[in-house]
Ligand binder design. Structure first.
Ligand code: ADP
Ligand code: ASP
Ligand code: MG
Length: 466
């Protein structure tokens, strides 16, 4: 079979974990499978790059660029010397070149005191640029021929939205012609998280974007399966850091995972399902530290599940906007005016609810977009179309996910009765037409409690009865 295997930051954090990655790839190669690898930055490196880029752009004093570069050098070279000893000179030299470029760029940003979205994108790919070299060297040390490719060389062509770029359909053919021919002879190690525009300008695909890279490249090479290797046994009924008795879900549908990741479940990037779904490629989430565990299989999943509710998640970096005004009643085009005003400013509306009186529309958006969204809506207030726009940052959105909810009577009642009994006040409710998701808004502090109450109510920590 042809596999695309993506290894996340925790799977490539140090020499011991890189060895596990090599063992996994070596084992499947030995069985005759073709493998392309996508890697993330070492754990925490992207956060550090974002922090230092912002610091040097704003700092009047000389920022600590050199100590930062030294820490990256130590981190990557120590892993290299342990897992790729024969390549310390060759790959060590390449690491030095990249560190030198990075240092020069940080100094330039500092001198100009200017950090554009374009330069930030370039800077924050250095975690992947460094780490891919180490992982590829480790594979070669094991006798597996390997080359390193950046996302652009691998063929990922994107839109121009820096920090949140999306893959264009042309990527598929480019990836097929660039990556696929390599697979019979070697394992390409492709840097996740990045692509480039038609003009060759580097872009990033959003935080956790290596999952998205994996799906785009997996689709491009016509992978039989895409495997996302991480640090938990699979997709779980809820975030295990919040719900310690969360259980691994053995099989879940593309749609359910899309909803789950859209509402904040960190285990997958929200866009990483679509490319696989389009080509019906099975995606598996597996644990690098427990590879014999079957993990979670993500499939089309037309068949109805025996469980009504499958997973719960919440996202707290959201804001609630209330738009009210009697002028809205019965007046065609008000909703259109609201959504056009927001769309023009590229505000992503995550949830919508409208009272039957039509005098009130509530929206949930990303918190980072609140200022721009309220400014856009104030124009409608000035124009007399709506009376008032208010907002609240102290909220979070909880999503209850499961394709079994479609047609199952009483699920909503169960959810809101349990929350009421637990003393959680619900501020807004929304149900998508797919019926895979019922989401609601509560005060930020109530989010974790709401998830816990519903995890118990639907007995998600118990074994599947399917
Ligand atoms: P990687 O570095 O492999 O990309 P991430 O940290 O991005 O790993 O994602 C894996 C983490 O996602 C897990 O360690 C877990 O804490 C978190 N997580 C949140 N929600 C879920 C969920 N529903 N199922 C599994 N993991 C989850
Ligand atoms: N390194 C990037 C991040 O931390 C991409 C990824 O890990 O998927 O967001
Ligand atoms: Mg991730």
């Amino acid at each position: 079979m042809r596999f695309l295997m993506k290894f996340g930051g925790t799977s490539v954090a140090d020499a011991a974990t890189v060895r596990k990655v090599v063992d996994i790839v070596w084992g499947y190669r030995k069985e005759g499978h073709e493998i392309a690898v996508v890697v993330s930055a070492q754990r925490g490196v992207t956060d550090q790059l974002i922090a230092i880029a912002n610091e040097v752009a704003g700092n009047r004093n000389t920022p600590a660029i050199d100590p930062f570069i030294s820490s990256l050098r130590v981190r990557h070279k120590s892993v290299l010397s342990e897992v790729g000893a024969d390549f310390t000179a060759e790959i060590g030299g390449q690491i030095e070149e990249r560190l030198c470029e990075l240092g020069n760029m940080l100094h330039a940003v500092h001198n100009l005191r200017e950090l554009t979205p374009r330069s930030l994108d370039y800077l924050i790919t250095y975690g992947e640029r460094l780490n891919s070299l180490v992982v590829s060297a480790a594979l070669r040390q094991q006798g597996i021929p390997s080359v390193v490719m950046d996302g652009c060389e691998a063929g990922i062509l994107t839109t121009t939205q820096h920090g949140e770029a999306m893959a264009l359909p042309e990527s598929e053919g480019r990836i097929r012609s660039r990556v696929q021919p390599l697979l019979t002879g070697m394992v390409p190690v492709i840097m996740g998280f990045m692509g480039c525009t038609e003009k060759g300008i580097l872009t990033t695909l959003g935080r956790s974007g290596s999952d998205y890279s994996a799906a785009i490249i997996g689709a491009g090479i016509d992978a039989g399966e895409i495997w996302i290797w991480t640090d938990v046994d699979g997709i779980m009924t809820s975030d295990p850091r919040l719900i310690p008795d969360a259980r691994v879900i053995s099989s879940i549908s593309y749609l359910e995972v899309m909803e789950l990741s859209f509402f904040g479940a960190k285990v997958m990037h929200p866009r990483s399902i679509e490319p696989a779904m389009k080509k019906n490629i099975i995606v598996r989430v597996k644990n690098t530290f427990n590879p014999s565990h079957p993990g979670t299989t993500i499939v089309r999943g037309e068949k109805r599940d025996s469980r009504v509710v499958k997973a719960l998640t919440y996202i707290d970096k959201v804001a609630l906007i209330n738009i009210c005004g009697a002028q809205m009643i019965g007046r065609p085009g008000v909703a259109r005016a609201i959504f056009s005003a927001l769309a023009e400013k590229e505000v992503n509306v995550m949830m919508i609810s409208q009272g039957s009186s039509e005098a009130n529309i509530s929206l949930i958006i990303e918190e980072s977009q609140l200022t721009i969204a309220t400014q856009a809506l104030q124009v409608l207030v000035k124009g007399g179309l709506v009376r008032e726009v208010t907002s609240n940052r102290d909220v979070c959105a909880v999503a209850v996910i499961g394709s079994g909810m479609a047609g199952a009577k009483g699920t909503g009642g169960r959810i809101f009765t349990a929350l009421g009994n637990g003393g959680v006040n619900v501020m807004m409710i929304s149900q998508g037409s797919s019926e895979v998701n019922i989401s609601f808004v509560v005060k930020q502090a109530d989010g974790p409690k709401a998830v816990r109450i519903l995890h118990d109510e639907f007995r998600l920590s118990e074994e599947d009865h399917a």
